[in-house]
Design a protein around this ligand. Structure first.
Ligand SMILES: Nc1ncnc2c1ncn2[C@@H]1O[C@H](COP(=O)(O)OP(=O)(O)OP(=O)(O)O)[C@@H](O)[C@H]1O
Length: 291
């Protein structure tokens, strides 16, 4: 993590989470007793099955949802109370912003987020993300649109980047270049990244830390060295995945085994079947339309 300190003596932010529990407004459990310490300059992958709580955690870290007092701190500051200047969260709402579907050109869009001020970063991002400055945004492909969005989102020199899987539309080479760019960022200036993803292509050497989430809890976390990302000799490798990929497959399988099927007789399934839901008035169709 060579970028954690710079010549100017600036230190990259650390991210600390202390006994964070969170319930959604409807009362359902979002997160339960989460503890984490992600050091300055780290690149963390958030790993977990659909619904594990990754987005919930990222939104709490970004200050978009209010965490209980003293449970989230970024370089000692509560992001919800003090609104950290350098925290960038790129997630679903950001992806769905309608402006990037209108008949507008790329230079205007980039200028609207500070492109004329950060000219060097703008030009670098245009080159790395292979953006054509003549594109008009109503007439580009999904992946091309996403590349422009990424350039917009990354343009200001953030110090904490929270990424909620937003690279699904990128082709393999664009994603690889993008990940390499993020790695260089943490190595060349003081910044810290947390990235929730299901896609592990090109990520084998990328993370410094892993966080394994399941059912709103953090099951394991630590540096890749501590977590010893090595093949398990008892597991027959059939996927052709990297060691990281194999570890994640094992984690997700363990989670599924512990949880049981959602609508079967597993511990957590709470007997959710079509018949039960129908009995609770969960479906609108008539039971016996002839009566
Ligand atoms: N606003 C909400 N109100 C109630 N429950 C919610 C709300 N948002 C999410 N949940 C539930 O919280 C759990 C965690 O959701 P979250 O979006 O954090 O998961 P995730 O790990 O990001 O999943 P994915 O990989 O599918 O993006 C899920 O079971 C989801 O149904």
């Amino acid at each position: 993590m060579s970028g954690q300190n710079t010549a100017k003596g600036e230190i990259a932010p650390s991210i600390d989470v202390t006994n964070l529990s969170y319930a959604f407004p409807d009362g359902s459990n979002g997160l339960k007793e989460v503890f984490l310490h992600l050091p300055p300059g780290s690149r963390t992958l958030l790993i977990g099955a659909n619904g594990a709580g990754k987005t919930t955690l990222l939104r709490l870290l970004s200050g978009k949802r209010m965490a209980p007092a003293h449970s989230v701190s970024i370089s000692g500051i509560d992001p919800f109370k003090e609104g950290l200047e350098g925290v960038t969260y790129l997630g679903l709402e950001w992806v769905l912003n309608p402006i990037v579907r209108t008949d507008i050109d790329v230079p205007t869009l980039l200028a609207s987020v500070g492109g004329d001020f950060y000219k060097d970063r703008r030009d670098m991002l245009v080159q790395i993300l292979d953006i054509d400055l003549e594109w008009r945004m109503h007439a580009v492909s999904d992946g091309e649109r996403r590349r422009v969005q990424l350039a917009m989102g990354l343009l200001r020199p953030w110090t904490v980047l929270l990424l909620d899987e937003i690279t699904v539309d990128l082709d393999l080479l664009s994603r690889s270049n993008f990940l390499r760019f993020l790695m260089r960022e943490t190595e060349s200036r003081p910044c810290t990244i947390v990235y929730a993803t299901h896609i592990l292509d090109n990520l084998a050497q990328w993370p410094t830390h892993l966080v394994h989430m399941s059912l709103g809890r953090v099951k394991k976390w630590g540096s890749v060295e501590e977590l010893n990302v090595k093949p398990d000799p008892n597991v027959r490798v059939i996927s052709g995945n990297s060691e990281l990929g194999e570890l994640v497959l094992r984690w997700l399988q363990e989670d599924l085994d512990e949880r049981g099927p959602r609508n079967g007789n597993g511990k957590r399934s709470e007997g959710k079947t079509y018949e039960n839901l129908e009995g609770k008035g969960g479906y609108g169709h008539e039971k016996n339309p002839s009566k």
